[in-house]
Design a binder for this molecule. Structure first.
Ligand SMILES: [Zn+2]
Length: 428
């Protein structure tokens, strides 16, 4: 299978479905980027996460209402990412359910009340990562952990402040005879929690596991996600002995052995990346050098749940470096680099002039798309062939998009292609 065919096959993971992995437990998959789970209890419904838009939440609620007419008793928000808390208002209906989250819940895509944050660029880059302006199925195959198509109306609109924030690591709830153990589970985000139903051995793992190599860094732009803490959380979830695992993204998993293999595999993959990256860093390797040598061992790389549909090993390696050593790669050359323009001028002079550099771009464009991108950036800096270079850059990104199994990378390329085409047309 080509990478593109593989990514297309992965869409089956997000087919629209109300999955019923255990009696009284339902998970809406494929209605939004993220899932919503419902647990029926004698006292009413417990909802785990609420999806990314009010429209998706309404669609899911209407499916749930075919199953149960009980009132919503409690809504649990596993973490502050937009795709989990934007349907809260919908699931409240006309009632006043308890809405529970950890005290450190934080949404990176909402401007802070005090001070400044690069929210605008995060939102723009998130739109690229998720391929928001792209055609579903042909351009945006899926989003790596969610379907190609989902309603965008009401995206981010339905947030209501939780009624109960809990400090510390644990909160135990008893609702209609069922026990829900909420546990701090820092990993994909520091504010994450998982929900454990001990008697029934059901785990709601939120976003610390999905069927892809973990997104230890999101190209939309995120603060450092602590790798060691994430691996430790996997260890704790692995130790529970869950027999049913419901997820924030992708389909539930049933069976203790399968669940243990996946949670243990995530833990081992993250720890392996840390150990190997640290080894390389201590040997003085830069991020560009590290990504050439740090790989998953074969026994992990061949696991279907560690395919790089969403996160990638290379991005993880770079993120670990940046998160622990910062931006400086250690090479004195990079302390005071030439400006992009000054560098391009010198490249052109090496090539024999601006026209010759552009001619090299035309050669690279035939079958060396990454080199074509790098050359195109130089030519664009110089000006004379800038728009022609932009067209070569577009072609190279289209080619690279089809060569990756990673949905965020594909979507990022193709959204930038769209942006550049629009800018060229506007300027023409
Ligand atoms: Zn999510």
């Amino acid at each position: 299978m080509t990478p593109l065919e593989k990514l297309k096959a992965h869409s089956a993971e997000f087919r629209k479905d109300i999955v019923n992995p255990a009696p009284g437990v339902y998970v809406a998959v494929g209605y939004a980027a993220s899932n919503v789970a419902m647990v029926e209890t004698a006292a009413g419904l417990v909802i785990v996460d609420t999806s990314e838009s009010t429209t998706a939440a309404e669609n899911i609620l209407s499916e749930f209402r075919k199953i149960s007419s009980k009132p919503v008793h409690t809504i649990i928000v596993t973490h502050g990412h937009r795709d989990h808390l934007s349907g809260i208002r919908v699931f409240c209906e006309d009632g006043k359910p308890e809405i529970v989250a950890r005290a450190n819940m934080h949404n990176e895509l909402v401007p802070p009340k005090v001070g400044v944050a690069p929210t605008q660029i995060r939102v723009k880059r998130a739109a690229r990562q998720f391929g928001i302006p792209l055609q579903a199925h042909t351009e945006r195959i899926n989003i790596g952990l969610g379907p190609a198509e989902r309603p965008i109306k009401g995206l981010g609109d339905g947030f209501i402040e939780p009624t109960r924030f809990f400090d510390g690591d644990a909160l135990d709830l008893e609702i209609g005879g069922e026990h829900f153990e909420l546990r701090a589970a820092p990993g994909e985000s520091p504010d994450q929690l998982f929900v454990w139903m001990p008697e029934r051995k059901i785990l709601f793992a939120a976003d610390n596991y999905y069927h892809s190599f973990p997104n230890l860094y999101a190209i939309r732009g995120t603060p450092y996600r602590d790798f060691t803490v994430w691996a430790d959380t996997m260890e704790r979830m692995h130790g529970l002995g869950a027999e049913v695992m419901c997820l924030g993204h992708s389909r539930p998993v049933i069976g203790a052995a399968d669940i243990a293999e996946r949670l243990g595999g995530y833990r081992d993959a993250i720890r392996h990346i840390v150990v190997e990256t640290v080894k390389g860093m201590n040997a003085g390797l830069t991020p560009d050098e590290l990504v050439e040598v740090v790989k998953l061992p074969a026994e992990l790389a061949e696991k279907p749940f560690l395919v790089e549909y969403y996160g990638t090993v290379a991005f993880a390696v770079r993120a670990y470096f940046a998160g622990t050593l910062g931006w400086f790669d250690g090479n004195p050359t990079t302390l005071q680099p030439l400006s992009p323009k000054a560098q391009a001028e010198r490249f052109a002079s090496l090539a024999g002039g601006e026209d010759q550099l552009f001619a090299q771009l035309q050669v690279a464009a035939k079958d060396d798309p990454q080199w074509a991108l790098q050359l195109a950036d130089q030519v664009i800096q110089l000006g004379r062939h800038a728009n022609a270079a932009r067209r070569y850059k577009i072609d190279a990104m289209v080619r690279l998009a089809d060569q990756t199994v990673n949905a965020p990378v594909r979507n990022y390329y193709l959204t930038c292609v769209k942006e550049m085409r629009e800018a060229l047309e506007a300027g023409a």
